[in-house]
Write a protein that binds this ligand. Structure first.
Ligand code: FEO
Length: 391
């Protein structure tokens, strides 16, 4: 538990055991499930945390409230990493009412059999007073689910923002950011955005416009540090990512069965190094040093202006981990990228042609017809210096 102001407390938990977020995305630095308590004449709990943290969570809440009852549970977002302990908390606080919007209600019933008489429905701009401060609710649908809303406390200039402005990575005991915290979390924030929220660029833009009308000096997201000193940088990053804006550089993403396509990818990385173009390289099966696979490649596809994809021809098609990556790009509506494909084959090449077709379908600018090479990699077959110059 950490006190953030006279009335606001952090009561979330760190999860450093889970290896895959949503069963998909690696968590090398863990993740936090953030929850908050506003203590006033009435006491409001903002979201809960993932299952498995019942004892720690309740201890945090009790330490924040000094053992007082919780009057309201605000459900900003129903994804189970934040809603899993709703039933548990309802049992601990039998008089507690849930504050949620109309889209949340069927999810509360479907996930946790919550009875309607425990729920107060709130709408856009509506408020609930706690005494000296007021909770006001604003809908931000599809950031990250359709029911998602934020809760703003004007008297504290604080927004409880749900997944918006969240990041992977467990947090320190300080909870609140320092001057350098944004740079420390920047890559994990881009990975979180691209993996989890990346499909919803337009809804994020709509939400940012709505939030820009509010006075905000503290962002309390559901994942990662509480932002006070870095608000400008954090909001700016979400703005750029949701516009699909990029910086100069190359995301090299490849799959490889026997190391030949991997060797070609490595050769390109060395050539980019030699001419000073920033890049990141990812084995899409997660077999390289960073080991983030598709998750890391998505991060850098959101970061850089050029995507170079390598795949061997496999069953006359694209190697499956590479196909997964291309589908992930398409699902996230990634646009405005430059693209190049390469890869090995043994008796008939298909992967480069198929990759180009997928990239064209996403509106990417093709940098040439690609490089399809037979059998083993060799520098003579694969002139990656020429590819690097083209990039
Ligand atoms: Fe952290 Fe969409 O839940």
């Amino acid at each position: 538990m950490k006190q953030l102001s006279d009335r606001i407390y952090y009561v979330g938990v760190n999860d450093e055991e889970k290896t895959l977020f949503e069963g998909l995305w690696p968590l090398p630095c863990g993740v936090s499930y953030n929850s908050y308590v506003v203590v006033d004449e009435k006491v409001a709990l903002i979201d809960t945390v993932e299952g498995g943290f019942e004892e720690e969570f309740l201890e945090n809440v009790e330490a924040a409230t000094g053992g007082r009852d919780v009057d309201y549970l605000v459900v900003n977002h129903m994804e189970p990493d934040h809603s899993s302990l709703i039933s548990y908390m309802m049992a601990k606080y039998p008089s507690m009412r849930i504050l949620a919007n109309a889209k949340t209600l069927p999810m509360l019933k479907g996930y946790y059999k919550v009875s309607e008489d425990r729920v107060m429905i709130v709408g856009e701009g509506e408020s609930v007073g706690l005494g000296s401060c007021t909770l006001r609710f604003h809908m931000i649908p599809m950031v990250h689910w359709p029911e998602t809303m934020v809760t703003w406390v004007e008297e504290e200039k604080t927004v409880f923002s749900g997944d918006a402005f969240g990041t992977f990575g467990a947090i320190s005991e300080n909870v609140v950011d320092e001057d350098d915290t944004f740079e420390e979390y920047r890559d994990e924030m881009i990975r979180y955005y691209s993996n989890i929220v990346g499909k919803y660029g337009n809804p994020v833009q709509t939400a940012l416009k709505k939030l820009s009308a509010l006075q905000i000096e503290r962002i309390c997201s559901t994942h990662g540090p509480v932002w006070e000193k870095n608000i400008h940088a954090v909001v700016g990053l979400y703005d750029r990512l949701s516009r699909y804006e990029v910086e100069r550089g190359v995301c090299i993403a490849y799959g490889s069965m026997y190391g030949n396509t991997a060797s070609a990818a490595q050769a390109l990385a060395e050539e980019l190094d030699a001419i000073g173009i920033p890049y990141a390289i990812h084995d899409l099966a997660g077999n390289n040093e960073e080991g983030l696979g598709v998750s890391g490649a998505l991060r850098d596809a959101f970061k850089y202006d050029t995507i170079v994809v390598g795949s061997p021809t496999y069953n006359n098609s694209i190697y499956p981990p590479v196909e997964t990556f291309m589908k992930a790009l398409s699902a996230r509506l990634v646009k405005g990228r430059r693209f190049y494909a390469f890869g090995s084959y043994t008796w008939a090449g298909a992967s480069v042609r198929l990759l180009n077709e997928l990239a064209s379908g996403m509106g990417f600018e093709l940098l040439g017809e690609g490089m399809s090479f037979a059998q083993a990699y060799s520098p003579e077959k694969c002139d990656m210096a020429q590819v690097a110059r083209m990039i």
